[in-house]
Design a binder for this molecule. Structure first.
Ligand code: ADP
Ligand code: MG
Length: 670
């Protein structure tokens, strides 16, 4: 690599395009894989290491058949065979013996690298086809007398398809990481000195270097300790800030006559559970502290309406309301629903998401800033610094586990006195709740509205697929059922043929058993306008069969939908299946959920799905998920909400986390 002059100093926030050896194509592949900055790459840790610390003398190599090992020696012969496909045969000798290295692909590159006389190290699986050899070993050139240190433990990184396509290998990542560690001008110091001292942590720089390129893998855990601590420290800091915001005085707000006026137009009475929750929320609003509460309740328990009631105190007091939803589909639906609820009361909500035109966005931003927008529903677009409110009285975050702690904080900071209500259908284990929501108040809706029947759930083997099709067809024709048909991905992928995708499924259903049934397709890559059009048609009944990815997973509410079909159910966690199943069984009709799996589902999967068929209580299902899949996976906490945790695990490290929260109090001013 040639030394490039850096136009500005390199730090954790520098874009990956500044890394030596990363042109636009590679930088782009990294960004698509979620690695956007130099810091992201440093925190992209090896999955495991290739142990090259023991070099096997070639005379003994015959005793290592079928094992992966490392040898070192000099290239004695290198010969390209042109029979059939080209292949490269290299004879390696180390003075005690010799063996063959063989390549079927990448011949030109290796040919240049392996000139006769070159000293190399090779790691690979020893096989004996015609004679003892290694096929496609990983080789490292040993430069003579340069004092170069060979990495005895070679890091193997998780790589995405995009990364592999762009030629980003383990070696390239490793080289980039070493270059970064040697070039970076400043390491962020997030741990206060006294804490790092007290805990005897090695410097961050050393921890990162050792994790990426260990001198002794036994010590890796020692180095990881600091990083794990830092992650939890950062989370504790965010939560502490968030708590301090709520220690600030709030406003005493009352709902006036709005609840009574609104109740009159509701087609059904509130349930006792909803009434109870609303009373608690109104007490919060009327107190002089800020409301800081989590509204919990199983899927379909009627949280939206309850949270809507909680917005009246702000509205009646001339303040603004912001309502945050994690997906465009949910934001659109919520906005439409709230518009219909607000109209008779003389208000109109605005909708803000990345899909709105620049003109609308400017208008809405201005209306938020001057206070004329009284109710704003939006996606992540609401978090933008450009969105400022004049006087925000209430912030609602729906499906809050889909947001990170930092995002919640950003929202809270939009008004220092605003009330704050989080909603979640994802039951979380008590220990986790205590740790993460330390002094968040919680109110739970224990029972759904009466008259709901549990959703009849079945696993459908491939051999019964056409029976299912016939049943579904009858339900559509005779009962007017609306059907969700959920698939794990948007388009076909040749490498995994057993995984169904939206485009192929959509095309096949229209032609096959369901010809003539109005069918639609919905996925995350469509524009907001297309999504809105499809969802509207499905809700209005002009689309009967909706093929969709998991964009319908959270919050979507179409009461006349009574059938949920999930393809490749084995690919979904139980909490996610529960969310998907929660899309049906919302009205009084009988509802069904069918789980399809390719014929080769293993025992564990079969057991998990059969458990799911028999249970309908979200808490029970979450508990089971916890025992089966381990804490990190529960409710997607690893993938979403607490995604900033890479090494730490909020349940396993709960004790440490509490210690950190205490330590924080000693080093920071109150
Ligand atoms: P979730 O708690 O999953 O967010 P929703 O708020 O979307 O659930 O409500 C689920 C369904 O229940 C909606 O169709 C809603 O109109 C309906 N619903 C809410 N409250 C009541 C009630 N008191 N009586 C009957 N149906 C209700
Ligand atoms: Mg909801």
């Amino acid at each position: 690599m040639t030394k490039r002059q850096l136009s500005q100093p390199l730090d954790f926030l520098s874009p990956v395009s500044m890394i030596e050896g990363f042109g636009p194509r590679r930088a782009c592949a990294l960004c698509e894989s979620g690695i956007e900055t130099v810091g992201d790459l440093l925190y992209h840790f090896p999955r495991r290491y290739l142990d090259r610390s023991h070099i096997i003398p070639l005379r003994d190599i015959g005793g290592y058949l079928d094992r992966t090992c490392t040898v070192a020696g000099m290239v004695e012969k290198a010969h390209v065979e042109r029979r059939r496909k080209s292949r490269l045969r290299v004879l390696l000798s180390d003075g005690t013996g010799s063996m063959e290295l063989l390549w079927f692909a990448g011949v030109p590159i290796y040919r240049n690298m392996l000139a006769v006389g070159t000293k190399i190290m090779a790691t690979g699986k020893v096989s004996a086809y015609t004679h003892v050899q290694m096929v496609h070993p990983m080789v490292e050139r040993l430069a003579e007398g340069s004092g170069q240190r060979v990495q005895a433990f070679f890091p193997l990184y998780p790589t995405s398809e995009q990364m592999r396509d762009a030629g980003i290998s383990h070696r390239l990542i490793s080289r980039a990481v070493r270059w970064i560690l040697g070039t970076i001008s400043r390491f962020p110091q997030i741990l206060p000195e006294p804490i790092a001292k007290k805990r005897n942590f090695p410097p961050l720089e050393e921890c990162l270097r050792e994790i990426h390129s260990p001198t002794d893998p036994v010590k890796i855990d020692e180095y990881k300790k600091r990083l794990r601590y830092e992650e939890l420290f950062r989370l504790a800091l965010t939560l502490r800030w968030s708590r301090r915001k709520f220690a600030l005085p709030g406003r005493c707000l009352r709902a006036g006559d709005l609840p009574e006026r609104f109740r009159k137009q509701l087609p059904f009475p509130l349930t006792g559970e909803q009434e109870k929750a609303i009373r608690i929320l109104y007490d919060d609003a009327a107190s002089n502290r800020r409301m800081h509460r989590l509204l919990q309740g199983d899927v379909g328990s009627g949280k939206t309406l309850t949270a809507f009631f909680a917005c009246f105190p702000a509205l009646a007091s001339g303040l603004q309301v912001a309502w945050l939803a994690p997906t465009e589909v949910l934001a659109l639906q919520t906005c439409r629903l709230i518009a219909s609820w607000l109209a008779p009361l003389g208000f109109k909500p605005e909708l803000l998401m990345s899909g709105v035109t620049a003109v609308d966005r400017r208008r809405i931003n201005a209306a938020c800033a001057d206070g004329t927008a009284r109710f704003v529903v939006g996606t992540h677009a609401l978090l933008q610094p450009s969105v400022q409110f004049k006087r925000l009285g209430m912030i609602v975050i729906d499906e809050q586990h889909k947001f990170g702690a930092a995002q919640r904080l950003t929202m809270q900071e939009k008004d220092v006195a605003s009330d704050f209500l989080l909603m979640s259908a994802t039951p979380i284990p008590q220990t986790l709740a205590k740790t993460l929501y330390g002094d968040l108040d919680i109110v739970t809706i224990l029972k759904p509205p009466a008259g709901r029947n549990p959703v009849e759930t079945h696993c459908v083997p491939e051999s019964k697929r056409s029976d299912m099709d016939q049943f579904v067809l009858r339900e559509i024709r005779e009962c007017g059922a609306a059907v969700y048909w959920v698939v794990p991905r948007i388009e076909q992928d040749e490498t995994s043929e057993t995984i169904r995708d939206a485009e192929t499924t959509f095309a096949a259903l229209k032609k096959g058993a369901f010809a003539g049934i109005p069918t639609g397709c919905l996925h995350g890559r469509m524009t907001s306008m297309e999504k809105e059009r499809i969802m509207q048609s499905f809700a209005a009944g002009s689309i009967k069969l909706l093929v969709s990815t998991t964009v319908v997973e959270v919050g979507v509410d179409v009461p006349q939908a009574t059938i949920m079909i999930i393809e490749n159910a084995e690919r979904f966690g139980m909490a996610q299946l529960h969310q998907l199943r929660g899309r049906v069984g919302r009205g009084s009709g009988k509802s069904y959920c069918f789980l399809l799996t390719p014929s080769a589902a293993d025992d564990e999967t079969a057991e998990r799905l059969s458990f799911f068929c028999r249970h309908h209580d979200g808490f029970r299902i979450a508990e089971m998920d916890l025992t089966l899949r381990g804490p990190g996976e529960v409710a997607g906490y690893r993938q979403t909400g607490w995604e900033d945790l890479k090494l730490a695990d909020i349940i396993r490290d709960a004790e440490l986390f509490r210690e950190i929260q205490e330590e924080l109090e000693t080093v920071l001013p109150r």
